[in-house]
Design a protein around this ligand. Sequence first.
Ligand code: HPA
Length: 266
Amino acid sequence: MRETLEFIKSKIKDFKPEVAIVLGSGLGTFCEGLEGIRLPYSQIAGFAPSTVKGHKGELLFCEVENRKCVIMQGRFHYYEGHNLAKTTLPIKVFKKLGVKKLILTNAAGSLKKELTPGSIMLINDHINFMGSNPLIGQNDETLGTRFPDMNEVYSKRLRDIVKTCAKNMGIEIKEGIYCALTGPSYETPAEVKMLSIIGADATGMSTVPEAIVAKYCSIEILGVSLITNYAAGLSDVAPNHKEVVEMGKIAGINLVNLLKSAIKLF
Ligand code: HPA
């Protein structure tokens, strides 16, 4: 982490990001028109190149609505073969750069008929079904404690701000529980039924490791899922990545506008 930090600091000089944003599949449009310092992951020591279609693989340091931000265009996934420590390295680096707030976005499959594709869902809690935890291993006391509390991982204050903005903009917004599985295979219909029974509303392959680490580091978190499809068994169409990225682009426009207006109030 020290090497990663030193490299980034040498490039951004005295720019101090306050808000970090992780963009999920299809949400790259958030960065259109933004000017700043761009660092491709391939140049950053400790960062792996992004291998997923629809993920650019670049850090962008810039101002969004007068807030100093660092934006991850594409994230690291467990299913790409990185361990969870590597997957969450950027979050620890952001903490060391002084980041206080984190916006985690993702594309997710709906587990409930009433949560229709195209919906924006604020994450109010999560279930970690990845079978591992990013904090396993020696603890770094400079970041957080050994046994961190996981109450209100997703800040109610930030959710309330986004809800108010959405109301003012006439954008409908849902709220629910996100459950993370490792992927990369999509779920079976039996798994989808189980996830719904245990209380999840949406499922995906990311976000939870990053949220666990950010909460551990005392970063305030907003989590948002863009519902791109019905999970397996809820519709006649099988989930596929092309559909996920395409729906992300369409429904993502509202989410991008919403986040830009909310960020002013964070
Ligand atoms: N399942 C898991 N991850 C996903 C899905 C899904 O249906 N859609 C987008 N990411």
